[in-house]
Structures are given as structure tokens and as C-alpha cells.
Design a binder for this molecule. Structure first.
Ligand SMILES: [Zn+2]
Ligand SMILES: [Zn+2]
Length: 381
């Protein structure tokens, strides 16, 4: 009997340990705040598996996304480039999507049906998302896949337009083909960040042609090996949606409500990047040092990006360089020499790692109410 109880205890402890080891403690879940009126969806909408030139089964992509707390992914297999075809023959180009969808069915992860239309320059590579049948996009002709994607109400974006394998100068060149696709409503977005690369010229093209700004991992191997172990997060696109659903995600992408992120680099239209940065910083406390006109402000960064700022106030700091970083999910205290005791402070900082246009960084303002006044008020007439 004693032995049985001991066995049961061991068995229940073991199952408890198993339950705990299922938690994703080793991964680095990503976190970004909502902005007013929208939920912030963390997405990686350009990935590969063995169903094109990737190295993993689609289920692995689902588990990687769950470990990192993503809201939506797409397995955008090359329609035409099929190096594993001999080992994995699959006449149905929707197979990768179906396997991922099945794996994600008991999880809060959106699986977007997508495919990569793959051509040499100047057509290049493009992802079609929210398609209904990938097989219909297969064609020898360059324009037909785009026409078919439009018929399926797909959101289409231009992948790594600056890719040096197709553009030796490392810059994107908007060809007549892309101009025609934009004019026909067949091209809606552009990657400004792909894997570890960022292209300011692609951002310029996005703004000039009102294309949605995208950032993606384009992962072929493992996220842990290619990004996490090298000290990076995978690039993602934050999408500001009315709710967490495929329909809302699609609507938000067509409307251009995105910010592309790679580590501490944030790229987006001002209308979305500024509120994202404002919401990423919480004011924990604001009090004057005793008998001094030095205001101590404690700031908390609730995002998974290190945020780099430069002071834009008329006041200088007592304890910090005018350029400073608030670490991802960390805190920092500023001691601000306000010269007189203020009731409210307009904290004004330029976000040096964030870009609303090439070489253009946004200035963010927070109105801070000072909590306490010093016991001996000084420097007040
Ligand atoms: Zn590609
Ligand atoms: Zn790709």
C-alpha cells in the first residue's frame, strides 16, 4: 500500500513536471501593446517548409509561432520552386496550409493561406495571402498568377524587392510590371524588412505608391537557430486590426495599418508608429527629489524592442546621456532638471530606432502629471 502511494505520488509529480515542461519557458515570446481603437496582431506572413525550399514540416512553424506568442502566420511556399518534389511529391499546392491549419486548430493562432509567386527579375517574388486555392495561381505566364490572386481577393506584397541576387546594387527598382500590378489593384504591399535586411529605398517606394509596409522572417531553417540563438528576434509585421480574426487582419493589411519590426528597428507610417511608441512606454512614477527641482521619472518599456530615444525637451538630464535606451520589457529612470517645480511635464523624445520615412524619426510626447511636491518648495517666486 505504502509503495502504491509512493508510486502514485511519483506518477502525479511526473505528470506535473510534464505539464510544466510543456510551457514554453525557453522561447522568447513577443509582446507589443494595443493602440487606441485597434488590437495589435503580431504576424510573420512569409515562411517556408519542406513543401517548397524550407527544411521543416509545417507543424514546426505552428509550434515556433506559439512559442513566440504570434497571432498569425502564413506558410508561403514557392509555387514554382520545388526542390523536395522527388521526396515529397504533392500535386496539391494547398497541402502545407492544410497541415498547419490542422495543427493550429486548438490554439489561438491564425493561419493565413498564402503562396509565393516566384519569378526572376524584374518580376521577382511576391506573396499572395488569403487565397482560396494555390493551384489556380500556377502558370507559365507572369501576369496570370496576379490576376488569379485578385480574383481570390488576395492581399499581395512584393518580397525582398532589393534582393542582391536579383538587383546587384541592393536597391529595389519598380518595373513596368510592378507599376501595372499596382495600377490594376494586384499589388498592395512591399517588404521593407526581410530576414536581417532593411531597405530604406523600399520604404520610400511604399510611401510613394501607398503600399503596405511589411517585415517578415522568410524563414527556411529553424527560428531558434537562425534568429534566437544569434541574439535576434525574428522580423515581424504588427498589424492593427479591429479584432483578432482573419477578416480583420485582411482588412487591416489592405488599409495599410502596419509597423515592420526587427529587434530595435521599427518602420511604419506615422499614423501607426507614433501611437505604438507612445503606448510602448508606461510612466511608472514622477516625483521631485527632496528639496530639489530635479524630477525623477521612471519609465517602463512594455514592448519586446529596445527603444532608443533622444531628449527633445528644453531641459537637460542630471543622470543620463541625452541619447539613451529603455531596454525591451525593462525600466529606466530619468532625472530631469526642470529648473522650477512643475505640476505636469511634457516628456518629449525622438525615437531614434524608428522610421516613418527614410531618415525621418518620429518625436513622441507624453504628458506626465507630477505626483508629489517637495517638502520644501524652492525656485518658485
Ligand atoms: Zn522569395
Ligand atoms: Zn520566400
Amino acid at each position: 500500500m505504502k509503495n502504491l502511494i509512493a508510486f502514485l505520488l511519483i506518477a502525479s509529480t511526473a505528470s506535473l513536471l510534464n505539464a510544466q515542461s510543456h510551457s514554453h519557458a525557453g522561447a522568447q515570446p513577443l509582446s507589443y501593446p494595443n493602440i487606441e481603437g485597434y488590437v495589435t496582431l503580431k504576424t510573420d506572413l512569409h515562411q517556408h517548409t519542406v513543401f517548397s525550399d524550407g527544411n521543416v514540416w509545417p507543424t514546426i512553424r505552428v509550434h515556433e509561432a506559439l512559442r513566440e506568442n504570434l497571432d498569425a502566420i502564413s506558410l508561403t511556399e514557392h509555387l514554382e520552386y520545388q526542390p523536395h518534389k522527388k521526396d515529397i511529391p504533392h500535386p496539391d499546392r494547398n497541402r502545407s496550409f492544410k497541415l498547419a491549419l490542422d495543427e493550429a486548430k486548438n490554439h489561438d493562432l491564425l493561419i493565413v493561406h498564402g503562396s509565393e509567386i516566384t519569378r526572376s527579375a524584374p518580376v521577382g517574388h511576391s506573396n499572395a495571402l488569403f487565397i482560396t486555392d494555390a493551384n489556380q495561381l500556377l502558370s507559365e505566364n507572369d501576369a496570370i498568377p496576379f490576376k488569379e490572386a485578385k480574383k481570390q481577393n488576395a492581399f499581395v506584397f512584393w518580397n525582398h524587392p532589393y534582393w542582391s541576387a536579383q538587383n546587384p546594387d541592393g536597391n529595389p527598382h519598380l518595373s513596368d510590371f510592378q507599376k501595372a500590378r499596382i495600377k490594376n489593384g494586384e499589388l498592395h504591399g512591399i517588404e521593407v524588412i526581410n530576414s536581417v535586411d532593411y531597405s530604406e529605398e523600399s520604404l520610400a517606394l511604399a510611401l510613394e505608391n501607398n503600399l503596405t509596409i511589411m517585415g517578415t522572417s522568410d524563414i527556411h531553417g529553424l527560428i531558434d537557430w537562425d534568429y534566437t540563438e544569434k541574439g535576434n528576434h525574428r522580423p515581424i509585421t504588427l498589424v492593427f486590426a479591429k479584432e483578432k480574426s482573419l477578416e480583420s487582419l485582411q482588412e487591416a493589411l489592405f488599409a495599410g495599418r502596419t509597423v515592420a519590426i526587427f529587434n530595435s528597428l521599427l518602420v511604419g507610417k506615422e499614423a501607426y508608429l507614433k501611437p505604438l511608441l507612445a503606448s510602448s512606454i508606461n510612466i511608472i512614477s514622477a516625483t521631485y527629489l527632496k528639496d530639489k527641482s530635479i524630477l525623477k521619472v521612471e519609465l517602463q518599456n512594455v514592448s519586446s524592442s529596445d527603444l532608443l530615444f533622444e531628449n527633445q525637451m528644453p531641459y537637460t538630464f542630471y543622470n543620463q546621456s541625452p541619447v539613451f535606451t529603455i531596454p525591451a520589457e525593462g525600466r529606466l529612470t530619468l532625472e530631469i532638471k526642470t529648473l522650477e517645480v512643475l505640476e505636469t511635464l511634457n516628456l518629449k523624445l525622438k525615437a531614434l530606432g524608428a522610421f516613418t520615412a527614410p531618415k525621418q524619426q518620429p518625436v513622441i510626447e507624453w504628458t506626465i502629471t507630477v505626483e508629489k511636491y517637495p517638502s520644501v518648495v524652492i525656485l518658485i517666486e
